[in-house]
Design a protein around this ligand. Structure first.
Ligand code: SF4
Ligand code: SF4
Length: 426
């Protein structure tokens, strides 16, 4: 039986019911008329490989990272490419070069990469991860080829926990794409030289656990049913719950012989092995809506079009669009921006007051912090501009789960601040 990790929260019946509802909605293909692909992702600046006005096909490379640290970006539509510098069609509204593809409705596909054989060696699989544009689809977006390159691991954890409220698209992949996911896990296992007995498939709902048992059928992979507790899907929490190991701060699990990949990454791995680069992804579109949907869409599909598929029950100034989950997602500044590779959720939620009041020292933020931090003290140190104290309080161990802000009766913006401190290095 899996162990629990410290802290975390259990969501209300209402939120758990919303996820359960979404889990019963089959994946459905949706094709927009246009996609937008920003050429800046985090610290990576991509260079376009197409010029304005050229025709591209589904699967064509449209941009690459000159440093080679991040895999290429492929088009998910066939049509005319537009390259616009200083475009604000980005989730945070900050300007960068954006490649838009105006669809021709034909879905003309590029010539696929040659399929990998079942006996491909680890370096060929890792190369395919790069060529196929794979990044971790669970949210972090770490390039998959870098995680698996030259690794000999003893465990591979396949994460189908999807612990954020509302989101269920990974669960649908497990339920609907059994063979694809199994094939992808096989490639990931070989890429990391993981023994078959070291593979763990993890979920926290009955329906997804049943699906994982079907995937594991006939193998020595073990299925682990975890308690429903947020943030179960976070790498270190998952490792602690499944393997009982507490990794020291600053350690990458892969360097300790533990590889963790999201179930969506496994499915994308199978497609890449069969010659199809990452051009589409599954996404749940939900929130205060009449029809929550699980959609399979080209990467770069405008958020606004995704939200429109759900018949939102709140609109205008009452509502906000969130990219990602309710806990870790970000409010969209530009609703016409395109869905990034890493985004598995789009939520229509009411706007909540962000007015803070002074901390009342109730200790709730400390009790829920899965990283064992003292969020209220870090918050106080930040307000007093005591950077050294923030470092002493281990602000860099924050995993940005949002639990502290969620439970704070004073509505302190703890998670946002501590995440900011972590990003600038403590
Ligand atoms: S301090 Fe960070 S890790 Fe701890 S609860 Fe807040 S957001 Fe989560
Ligand atoms: S939960 Fe909010 S009010 Fe309570 S100790 Fe933490 S910061 Fe202060």
């Amino acid at each position: 039986m899996a162990k629990a990790f410290r802290g975390g929260i259990r969501f209300s019946e209402t939120l758990r019911a919303a996820k359960e509802t979404a889990l019963h909605v089959p994946l459905c293909v949706f094709t927009p008329h246009i996609i937008h692909l920003p050429l800046q992702e985090g610290r990576t600046n991509f260079s376009p490989t197409v010029i304005d006005g050229v025709h591209v096909r589904v699967g064509d490379v449209v941009a690459t990272d000159p440093t080679g640290n991040t895999p290429p970006i492929h088009s998910g539509l066939s049509g005319t490419a537009r390259v616009e510098k200083n475009s604000r069609l980005t989730p945070d509204g900050k300007p960068c070069t954006v490649i838009s593809v105006i669809g021709d409705g034909l879905k003309t596909a590029a010539i696929p990469l040659p399929p990998l054989s079942n006996t491909a060696d680890p370096s060929s699989i890792v190369q395919r991860m790069y060529d196929g544009g794979l990044v971790g689809l669970g949210g972090a977006g770490f390039p998959t080829f870098r995680k698996y390159k030259d690794k000999t691991a003893h465990h591979l954890l396949i994460n189908a926990c999807e612990c954020e409220p509302y989101l269920a698209c990974d669960g649908r992949l497990v339920i609907e794409q059994t063979d694809t996911v199994r094939e992808g896990i096989n490639y990931l296992m070989h890429a990391g030289s993981v023994p078959e007995s070291g593979v763990r498939l993890c979920a926290e709902s009955d329906a997804v656990t049943e699906g994982l048992h079907r995937i594991a059928d006939g193998t020595r992979w073990k299925v682990v049913r975890l308690p429903e507790r947020y943030p179960q899907g976070s790498e270190k929490q998952l490792i602690r719950a499944v393997l009982g190991l507490e990794l020291p701060q600053g350690v990458y699990p892969a360097d300790w012989g533990i590889l963790v990949s999201n179930i969506g990454t496994a499915a994308a791995m199978a497609d890449a092995a069969n010659g199809l680069p990452l051009t589409h992804r599954a996404v749940t579109v939900s929130g205060v809506v009449a029809k929550p949907r699980n959609l399979f869409v080209p990467i770069g599909t405008p958020f606004r079009e995704l939200a429109a598929q759900t018949e939102p029950l709140i609109t205008g100034r009452q509502s906000q669009l969130i990219a990602g989950g309710a806990m870790t997602g970000r409010r969209l500044v530009c609703a016409d921006a395109g869905l990034p590779k890493t985004c598995g959720g789009v939520l229509v939620l009411p706007i909540e007051s962000e007015e803070e009041s002074p901390c009342i020292r109730c200790g709730a933020c400390v009790r829920v912090c899965p990283s064992g931090l003292m969020p209220y003290l870090i918050d106080q140190a930040w307000l007093q501009q005591e950077d050294g104290l923030c470092a002493d309080l281990k602000a860099t161990s924050c995993i940005s789960c949002g639990c502290c802000s969620r439970v704070c009766p004073a509505r302190r913006q703890l998670a946002a601040r501590i995440t900011h401190i972590r990003r600038k290095g403590g």
